[in-house]
Design a binder for this molecule. Structure first.
Ligand code: ATP
Ligand code: MG
Length: 179
């Protein structure tokens, strides 16, 4: 019989996946056998808050984890349903079974606790710099952002011309997701 593996779920938008996220993943890997990453707001892309598609985020995260020597992971895009009361059921229906959820987000924590899941705190690493908003701000302002994200993320953003995309989005001052 297959040995029981302890699975952890980490949910975020990962716009983009940065070194703070990677540190959390490494901390989780010390405690759990398998990591499930829920790529939240999967339907959103091409806005300042959410510039990258779910597929692009899938690619950047899988490269970053593989480069770190991590292989026992599942990446699952999760579209918003905008109904918090049934959000945990929605997530659970999409991801493989999991034993614990790692999150610092108060609403995420509350919803999973109410649903009876074990919720653990994810430690914060250098939050002043390691934040999606800070990476996006630097990209838009033409600053140095590459040292804030894993190499596989830099490669992915360059490949899809994500930096140009973000700068254009801000130039046009495009409203959020109006299509
Ligand atoms: P944004 O600024 O776009 O909200 P973010 O950096 O907060 O981006 P998210 O995708 O919103 O990234 O967060 C996913 C999860 O990662 C959240 O639970 C968040 O608390 C955690 N997280 C974000 N930054 C760090 C960090 N520097 N160290 C540890 N955990 C982090
Ligand atoms: Mg956030």
């Amino acid at each position: 019989m297959r040995k029981k593996e302890v699975s952890a779920l980490l949910i975020g938008r990962f716009q983009p996946f940065h070194l703070g996220h990677l540190e959390v993943v490494k901390a989780i890997a010390k405690e759990c056998d398998r990591l499930i990453v829920g790529i939240g707001s999967a339907q959103l892309s091409h806005t300042f808050e959410n510039p990258f598609t779910a597929g692009e985020r899938h690619l950047m995260i899988s490269r970053a984890l593989t480069d770190e020597g991590l292989h026992n992971f599942f990446l699952v895009p999760i579209v918003d349903i905008n109904r918090y009361a049934v959000w945990v059921a929605h997530v659970s229906s999409l991801v493989p079974p999991f034993d614990a959820v790692y999150s610092n987000n108060p609403l995420t924590r509350r919803l999973f606790i109410e649903a009876g899941y074990e919720v653990r705190m994810a430690p914060m690493f250098n939050r002043d710099e390691y934040s999606g908003s800070e990476v996006r701000r630097r990209i838009v302002e033409g600053g140095k952002w590459e040292m804030l994200v894993p190499r596989g993320v830099v490669e992915t953003i360059h490949e899809v011309k994500g930096d140009e995309r973000l700068q254009e989005i801000m130039k046009d001052n495009a409203p959020e997701a109006t299509i």
